[in-house]
Ligand binder design. Structure first.
Ligand code: ADP
Length: 697
């Protein structure tokens, strides 16, 4: 089950959730069904296209054979007509000679020969008498006594007065033994009785040449048949079938019975085994048929190539489909794993995760947000996320949403109304996301209520501390200030006493009195130093921009008498940047460090002091180096504490508050101070560093 919840009205969310929850078996089933359907479609379309083109090829072949048959029939009809006219011419000549008194054999044969030579396909023109004896003709020898009375066409013409041109079967001529077909006409005497026949013998090989001129392809066939469908001539020649035989396919015989004039049929030929589409046509006015067949193998050769290519293409399509399906499956698995990963990730986030549409409606969310908002809150957020944001935080939350869309990222802290009606502080981070051209905002929110509470407690504590610190400082200041009054009285009265008893006291008393007075004065000096200390940051000048060098110059002016007394040599060098600091604090700082550097020297030694200023990155560094009595490294830290002194007062006077004051001033400027010294008698270097604000850089 998806851990990511989605809103009903969001199309993208539902699509994503559905794809990620679909079981593998269901997806694979869909894929297989889809691929099979595509496969079936491809095969069906290829088969349909091939069927259609097959039919077109067949129809084309049928039409071509019909046209060829028509052309051949016309051609042969024309030739036969010419032959018939030749016969009639010969008959007319024969009759004319007979009527004129008797047939002149030589003249008639010469006439016959003239006519024959005009029609090259006619092998011979002859005349047989009523008894069947062949009597005239260019190549006829009457002495040969050739008789054709038994020939069926002779019998037919003899027995049928008024018969039209008759065509014999293919036969071997009795005159010259050639395979011929005879075109014969009956001749009548004046009284209408039978007077024999005139006939033209057409050589079968000349007929074969005629039909062979027609192009019917490598395996095509052309046949000329008589009225009974007996074969006269066939192209190509059929070795085992003699002319005149009735070798005819059942399909042709049946087609002619149904349509005697013309028709088309498809059959394995009877003459050979080739499958052909054939057209037959009866030659107009004559008892002859032409049959023209185009071989299926010939006219479908191109179609077969096409079928092969189509099958290959279909196979390729199927292969591509299967490969595409495999890729789809792999991509789906990959995407499912990625989705499962991101959903688990998002759901395991400690905070809330959500996706808002461009109208701030909650469209996707993780489990945590359900717990946080509760059912009602969730419904309200689906109307608008702002509904579950604290009223005071809606403005910044809305602004952050806009900012996220504009800049690609935004963060905001806002209170979320949680299930029990209370509020919790969340830190939200949002980034924009585009899905199918629609804008969304992906957001995460972490509950920062505990941090808020801690921060609040810290704020309160700090405030209380600052308060009590200020109180303490005020207290220290007041106490110090107020303590000076009675101290001054002590000092004053001691001085009066000293004056009044000047002559009456012995040396010991005088010394004791002097100690008491000195103690009171020192105490006053210490209180003054304490007062100075407590003033830092409270009663000193505010920080301003100034030249750092000014402070050191001013300190030197204050120290002029001490410098003059000790004849100190002071060198000031380096780079002096502008600083943001309290003027009088800076002067006090230099005054103390320079004062010590001048003071802590062996008697009779001239102090040599070097002040060096530099900037290191964003810090200002000052070092004050002397060649005086030096400092025991063990004591370095202690120096900066209240009233810390390393030297007896008898040797060097002082309160021990100078360096404590220096540290307080440096810390008030967020810096640090330290001392470097190789040891006693080795001189000392006091160094402090203050940050340089950006404006000064
Ligand atoms: P004071 O000078 O009034 O004693 P400070 O706080 O200024 O008080 O100095 C504390 C102690 O640090 C001094 O008593 C002295 O022993 C030591 N000290 C300060 N500056 C130097 C210095 N430049 N060389 C050697 N010792 C120093």
């Amino acid at each position: 089950m998806s851990l990511l919840r989605k809103s009903g009205h969001d199309r993208h969310a539902s699509a994503r959730t559905e794809s990620s929850t679909l079981p593998t078996s269901a997806f694979v089933l869909r894929l297989v069904v889809g691929v099979s359907l595509i496969g079936l479609l491809v095969v069906a379309m290829a088969a349909l296209a091939l069927r259609q083109s097959h039919r077109q090829y067949q129809e084309g072949a049928a039409l071509a054979t019909q046209n060829l048959a028509q052309v051949l029939a016309n051609d042969i009809a024309g030739a036969v007509k010419a032959d018939e006219i030749a016969l009639l011419t010969v008959i007319d000549e024969y009759r004319r000679q007979k009527a004129a008194g008797g047939v002149d054999v030589g003249a008639l044969n010469a006439h016959i020969e003239r006519v024959r030579t005009r029609l090259p396909e006619i092998d011979a023109l002859r005349i047989a008498d009523a008894g069947g004896k062949v009597v005239f003709g260019s190549d006829v020898d009457p002495a040969a006594h050739i008789n054709i009375a038994d020939r069926p066409h002779f019998v037919h013409l003899r027995d049928h007065p008024g018969a039209a041109l008759t065509v014999s079967k293919a036969q071997v001529s009795r005159v010259n033994h050639k395979w011929v077909v005879a075109l014969a006409r009956r001749m009548d005497r004046a009284d209408g009785t039978f007077d024999g026949i005139a006939f033209a013998a057409v050589a079968l090989d000349s007929l074969a040449r005629k039909i062979a001129a027609l192009d019917v392809g490598t395996h095509g066939a052309i046949a000329l048949r008589d009225a009974d469908l007996n074969l006269i001539v066939h192209h190509p020649s059929v070795p085992n079938v003699a002319p005149g035989g009735r070798v005819v396919s059942a399909e042709l015989a049946q087609a002619v019975r149904a349509q005697p004039v013309a028709g088309v049929y498809v059959a394995g030929a009877a003459t050979d085994d080739a499958q052909r589409t054939s057209a037959y046509r009866r030659i107009a006015d004559y008892p002859l048929y032409v049959v023209v067949g185009l071989s299926t193998a010939d006219y479908l050769a191109e179609w077969r190539k096409q079928a092969k290519a189509t099958a290959l293409l279909a196979g390729f399509c199927l292969l591509v489909t299967v490969l595409a399906a495999r890729l789809l499956y792999l991509a789906w698995r990959h995407q499912r794993a990625a989705t499962a990963f991101s959903e688990t990730l998002v759901d395991s986030l400690p905070g809330v995760f959500y996706r808002l549409d461009d109208r701030q409606r909650l469209v996707t969310w993780n489990r945590t947000i359900e717990f946080v908002l509760g059912a009602d809150g969730l419904r309200a957020a689906q109307q608008s996320m702002l509904n579950v944001i604290h009223a005071d935080d809606r403005e910044p939350f809305g602004a952050a949403l806009r900012k996220a869309f504009e800049l690609g990222h935004a963060e905001v802290e806002a209170r979320l109304t949680i299930a029990d009606g209370a509020f919790r502080h969340f830190h939200f981070v949002g980034v924009p996301l585009k899905i199918d051209g629609r804008s969304y905002l992906l957001g995460t929110g972490v509950d920062v209520t505990p941090h808020q509470e801690v921060a609040q407690a810290l704020r309160e504590k700090t405030e209380a501390l600052l308060h009590s610190n200020a109180d303490l400082e005020q207290f220290a200041y007041s106490v110090s200030h107020d303590m000076r009054q009675p101290l001054r009285m002590v000092t004053g009265h001691l001085q009066l006493l000293q004056k009044a008893l000047k002559t009456r006291l012995d040396d010991d008393d005088r010394e004791n009195l002097a100690f008491a007075l000195d103690g009171a004065k020192r105490m006053d000096a210490m209180i003054v130093a304490l007062l100075d200390y407590s003033r830092i940051g409270r009663l000193t000048e505010k920080k301003t921009w100034q030249e750092s060098r000014d402070a050191v110059e001013e300190a030197l002016r204050f120290l002029a008498p001490a410098i003059a007394d000790s004849q100190a040599a002071i060198t000031v060098g380096g780079v002096w940047p502008p600083i943001f600091a309290s003027r009088d604090e800076m002067t006090r700082l230099f005054q103390n460090l320079l004062g010590n550097a001048i003071k802590y020297h062996e008697a009779g030694q001239v102090p040599r002091v070097t002040v060096e200023s530099s900037t290191i990155a964003d810090r200002w560094r000052i070092s004050v180096r002397d060649q005086g009595i030096g400092i025991d490294p063990q004591q370095r830290e202690r120096l900066f504490q209240f009233f810390a002194r390393l030297q007896p007062r008898t040797r060097f006077d002082g309160t021990g508050m100078g360096l404590a004051l220096c540290r307080r001033i440096v810390e008030h400027h967020d810096g640090r101070i330290w001392v470097e010294s190789a040891g006693e008698g080795q001189g000392s270097t006091f160094v402090f560093e203050l940050p340089l604000p950006a404006a000064a850089a």
